[in-house]
Design a protein around this ligand. Structure first.
Ligand code: SF4
Length: 374
């Protein structure tokens, strides 16, 4: 089983926090689609096309800047080149692009999961994040989605903004929860150096959010979503039972996937494990001159990755899996570290290691400590 990720590298404008690869030259969409079709066709009759494709994910950038006829061509090319038996086809969209006919067209093309980038309903915060949509568009879009025939949908939310009060976060959650979403991805705002926000922080114009404020926001998000039966299953992902994202869960378990489009990553593990990245440059991609950066991964690297990804999830990681699949045994120093964190009630370790609610808040620190103690 494998997955396919398609990177659609266009955005109307640059959100202030975003360091994904995208361009705002949307006039190149048609040419991009032609090139993407060629990239898909080049995989036909290769070993990568033999495994059944379980999930397809249109991400970006902003996939909803594509027209349905372009999505149709992409879907047809995928079907011609791969063994598609997709149980989940996710399509990322922004509220300002969505209409009822657009959702209907995507549904009839096989998309069964919408991923809506709302981030906030607060006009000031939307402005601060330089989002292209308004609060009203986000609400309208959620109304359309909740009435749509998609099997599932997810909403992205950002908390921990430097200017965001707890009241503003509560109001965002009030508005979101009225729609009873099956899945929510809630991220704390990260300050990336190459972004507009990163530059403002560097120049001292904005103070980055304080850790205790971010932790308080995290608690509010957890509590409010859990009260409505939307439980956390990964540090940033929450859902009703049975609505977990299959595509992302497969990443965390090292399932094979191909990434298509500029800047997309792929991971393939058969006899050896290899990760490669398409060059993040649309011009090179369109001229068919892009290069791929390939990295071969050792079992030790894979084990550490699995440990990191597993500890971020509710399921944690089975010690047995680490030993059998990755030939990884904890060192004495790691065992001692695990015992100490267990006494502090930050994790539970028996046959599996799972972080507790207390531990999940400092997941990154625990993971880093554990890996470096090997
Ligand atoms: S957050 Fe999404 S819409 Fe905004 S710039 Fe990044 S990819 Fe584009």
């Amino acid at each position: 089983m494998s997955g396919i990720y398609l990177h659609i590298p266009f955005c109307k404008q640059a959100c202030s926090y975003c360091d994904f690869y995208f361009v705002t030259r949307t006039s190149e969409r048609e040419h991009f689609v032609q090139q993407l079709l060629e990239e898909i066709q080049n995989y036909a009759d290769t070993p990568y096309a033999v495994e059944t494709v379980e999930t397809i994910y249109f991400g970006g950038g902003t996939p909803s800047l594509l027209e349905p006829r372009q999505v149709e061509k992409i879907m047809k090319a995928l079907q011609q080149s791969f063994q598609i038996e997709a149980r989940e086809i996710t399509f990322e969209m922004n509220p300002d692009d969505v209409s009822e006919p657009f959702l209907g067209d995507l549904k009839s093309l096989g998309v069964n999961r919408a991923s809506m980038g709302v981030q906030s309903f607060d006009p000031d915060l939307l402005d601060f994040m330089h989002r292209a949509h308004s609060s009203g568009e986000a609400l309208h879009c959620l109304e359309l989605l909740s009435k749509s025939r998609f099997e599932s949908y997810t909403v992205d939310l950002i908390y921990g903004n430097p200017n965001q009060s707890e009241e503003q976060l509560e109001t965002d959650l009030d508005k979101l929860l009225l729609f009873n979403p099956p899945h929510v991805s809630a991220y704390s705002l990260t300050i990336e150096p190459r972004t507009r926000l990163g530059k403002q922080v560097e120049l001292g114009r904005i103070a980055p959010p304080k850790d205790d404020k971010v932790a308080a926001h995290f608690d509010i998000v957890n509590q409010r979503l859990a009260e409505q039966g939307i439980e956390r299953y990964e540090v940033s992902n929450y859902c009703r039972s049975g609505c977990e994202a299959v595509h992302n869960s497969n990443y965390w378990e090292h399932q094979n996937y191909l990434g298509l489009g500029p800047g997309a990553h792929s991971f393939w593990w058969d006899e050896t494990a290899v990760r490669w990245e398409n060059e993040a440059d649309l011009r090179s991609y369109l001229r068919n001159e892009d290069t791929k950066e390939t990295e071969q991964l050792t079992l030790q690297q894979l084990a550490e990755e699995r440990l990191m990804m597993g500890l971020r999830t509710r399921e944690g990681i089975a010690i047995d899996e680490l030993e059998k699949k990755y030939d990884y045994q904890f060192s004495e120093r790691q065992k001692e570290y695990l015992d100490n964190r267990q006494q502090e009630e930050k994790l539970k370790a028996d046959k599996r290691i799972r972080l507790t609610d207390k531990g999940i808040k400092i997941a990154d620190a625990i993971i880093l400590d554990l890996v470096t103690l090997y």
